[in-house]
Design a protein around this ligand. Structure first.
Ligand SMILES: Nc1ncnc2c1ncn2[C@@H]1O[C@H](COP(=O)(O)OP(=O)(O)O)[C@@H](O)[C@H]1O
Ligand SMILES: [Mg+2]
Length: 379
């Protein structure tokens, strides 16, 4: 095990979105320097960075300058080319490594490697050519969800397949790209678990959160989940076994479907902090972004214990569609919430602009608090 990377060192982030920004805020709070590598002109993480390396993710000269400048590299965006990450890893530690990134960049590889650890997933089949559709109909059947194998997020690149007649048209709808055909799961609910593993092998797992989506985008998360203890512990064990199987150094998030009969199916893995973990910023002893700093720096991990319970409500661009053109911040902040805004500029519908967090003695109270505050924004 290498020596810890101590405050004063430079932490490098691939990707300039809100997850990078909030990591950077934690890093700076702890006395680290923070550098962002992202192709955009003004990504929201760069506003709080010491330096913005503005270049494309496959620009080797720019990657070399970035690697020279920082002490350790992490990412907030899983679609950084794996070849760039492998190349960077020859110059500076990249945590988590190319292995986890490679698995999570492709839905077929992801589900295959999850199954190899013994965890369950929905039945699936890879779709590469038209003839695979017939096989999928036979082996997995309908109703199903067809998702592009790569680059999907917030429900983008996926479509329902209602019946056999719809198979061809469904593939057409997602551009006849390489895809995964998944059985549609009649889940009772969706939960997720954020977990960290340090360079020393130490692990820390947060309480599972109950997640509610609207139009395929996360809307509200509440933790701890109201599931029975045994089920919550089982979800945490799955997250730990994935951290160990992939020798992750950093943070990951496991999204699950919970079935009526208590089975847990892994839906998706994020090789980084996650939107459903934002509530830990204000409700846990150590939030997920500070945890990510600690994990990649080889420091002792922080406590994941919640101060009672926590909730998070997302603020999407449509919140700006008010008569005054801006949300009513003062009204929202009458409630016991913490406001997190990402300084993204233009508020397009569906764009994640910020979130509200609350902690309270019970999950219900925390949820009511963020919902009431968000409602007040609209007044
Ligand atoms: N096999 C499935 N059965 C039922 N619902 C699904 C299935 N796959 C995805 N969904 C729904 O769509 C949402 C988004 O899918 P997901 O695979 O997590 O992609 P992403 O979050 O990258 O858009 C899930 O949170 C869930 O609500
Ligand atoms: Mg998802």
């Amino acid at each position: 095990v290498s020596a810890p990377i101590l405050p004063g060192a430079r932490l490098g982030m691939l990707g300039g979105g809100q997850l990078g920004r909030m990591f950077g805020l934690s890093a700076r709070a702890m006395g680290y320097r923070f550098e962002v590598f992202a192709p955009e002109a003004n990504p929201c993480a760069a506003a709080i960075a010491d330096r913005h390396h503005r270049a494309s993710f496959d620009d080797r000269d720019a990657l070399a300058a970035f690697a020279d400048s920082v002490d350790v590299i992490t990412f907030e965006f899983e679609n950084v080319p794996a070849s760039s990450v492998e190349w960077l890893a020859e110059h500076k530690p990249v945590r988590p490594g190319a292995r986890l990134l490679h698995a999570t960049q492709h839905r077929v590889r992801e589900k295959t490697s999850v199954r190899e650890t013994g965890a369950l997933t929905a039945d699936f089949l890879a779709i590469r050519e038209a003839s695979d559709l017939a096989r999928a109909l036979e082996e997995v059947g309908t109703p199903a969800i067809l998702k592009t194998a790569t680059f999907g997020y917030d429900g983008k690149g996926q479509t329902r397949v209602r019946s056999a007649d719809d198979a061809e048209a469904a593939w057409e709808r997602i551009g006849r790209r390489e895809a995964i055909w998944e059985a549609l799961i009649p889940f009772e609910r969706e939960i997720s678990v954020v977990a960290a593993r340090s360079a020393t092998g130490e692990m820390a797992v947060y309480e599972p959160s109950d997640n509610h989506h609207v139009d395929h985008i996360l809307d509200v998360s509440v933790a701890p989940s109201s599931l029975p203890d045994a089920l919550r512990r089982r979800a945490q064990e799955v997250a730990k076994s994935l951290l160990e199987a992939w020798e992750v150094v950093g943070v990951l998030c496991v999204e699950f479907f919970v079935l009526e009969d208590g089975r847990l199916l892994v839906n998706e893995i994020a090789p980084r902090t996650h939107n459903s973990g934002h509530l830990t910023m204000d409700a846990a002893q150590c939030g997920q972004f500070e945890q990510q700093v600690r994990a990649i720096c080889g420091l002792p991990l922080g406590s994941t214990a919640l101060r009672g319970a926590g909730a998070m409500a997302n603020l999407l661009g449509q919140e700006w569609e008010t008569s005054s053109g801006a949300p009513n911040w003062s009204a929202a902040l009458e409630h016991a919430v913490h406001l997190h805004l990402y300084d993204k500029g233009e508020a397009r519908p569906g764009r994640k602009m910020g979130h509200l967090n609350a902690s309270a003695p019970t999950p219900e109270a925390a949820r009511e608090c963020v919902l009431a505050a968000r409602q007040a924004l609209r007044s």
